[in-house]
Design a protein around this ligand. Sequence first.
Ligand code: PLP
Ligand code: SF4
Length: 422
Amino acid sequence: MEEQQETLGSQCELPLKSIAKHDEWDNWQWQMRKRIVSAASLQNYLHLDSRRIAEMTLVEERFRTAITPYYLSLANPDDPNDPILRQALPETRELQMADYGKADPLSEEDDMPVPGLTHRYEDRALLVVTNACAMFCRHCTRKRIWHASDANVGETSISKMINYIRRTPSIRDVILSGGDPFTLPTWRLEHILKRLRAIPHVEIIRIGTRTPVTVPMRIDKELCEVLDRYGPIWVNTQFNHPNEITEEAAAAVDRLIRHGVCVNNQSVLLRGINDDPEIIKSLCRKLVRAKVRPYYLFQCDQVEGVEHFRTRVSKGIEIMESLRGHTTGFSIPTFVVDGPEGTGKIPVMPNYLISQSEQMSVLRNYEGVIVGYRESGERIETQNHRTSGGVSAILSGQMSAITPYESRRMIRRRLRATGTGL
Ligand SMILES: *Cc1c(COP(=O)(O)O)cnc(C)c1O
Ligand code: SF4
């Protein structure tokens, strides 16, 4: 952190919009062409000293850089811990800690019947249809596919993947991933969607894309019309921080929704970026305001070059504790650990089940109230012997709940009872 503090100056600005003429800024191809693809060229926008540039250039030999002018314009260049910069700028720790992680931490390649298609779960398949992305996120799980050239999943490979789906009737949900499928030219994407739609057992098509975050102008009229034609389509996007939900991003989501696309969000829990209950709560609230359903919060995978972003699993549990009961139920994602050895997504959450007997389950709620829940058809006979209290008193029917006296809800109840407030 300290290293960055000295290198990012305090008086620099981001004159990014001024590099665009007329309506160029709103043209996604212009944004792609003008991507910042080296630390050296970042100097034009950020105040970086030569040591930092040398360090970043070294990292780029292994893990490339690409940042759209739009995404960079969201950053506060004065803040070395800015969540936008942290997700976009290479840093030395990617190399220092690279050995901790794996190239393919989810063993996706072990579940590939044909190259590029992971068939892990019976009824769904995940297809890497391109290696290109608008931005290379420093925390990406598929850093291994960031090759030198951007368009290297050929038509033959894609046809092989589609043929596999055609001859595998158990697959009813197809996930287009990458890389970022929305970096493909619209006509190529349409060609893929058209062939998938022609397969009777393919019920839904999902597309994983970060373009609403990194280049929202990509969600243009032409693309929306194609998506509308081949629905039902679900788009999963990846907003990780409230600062990413801009007017432009919300408008891009709105265009998708108006073309019949359902939009869900998959965030990654990232140390120093969003590993904080208040940040995630604010992110989730902003997402539902933008009509995006928070779907997953991912534990950061054990990827090479990503170790410095990983939190403990306990951080995710702590965040889930702060959400359930404290905010709109449908704005709460499921926290999942994508397990090693291809074990897949494993949901993890705080414990709400405290104890059980045949007649009774003892649960606790978000306030810490511990309450007995009678099982069906059971009558709870209060036992005569005195228990020593606590949870066992609930199990034996001597108490119905243990309630923290000072919970806000109980205070509201007391005030209502005494007529002193609502
Ligand atoms: C995440 C993933 C899916 C989809 O899982 P859902 O829980 O249905 O969202 C499918 N295949 C692979 C290989 C995945 O990693
Ligand atoms: S957009 Fe997705 S695939 Fe591309 S670099 Fe970011 S996380 Fe990785």
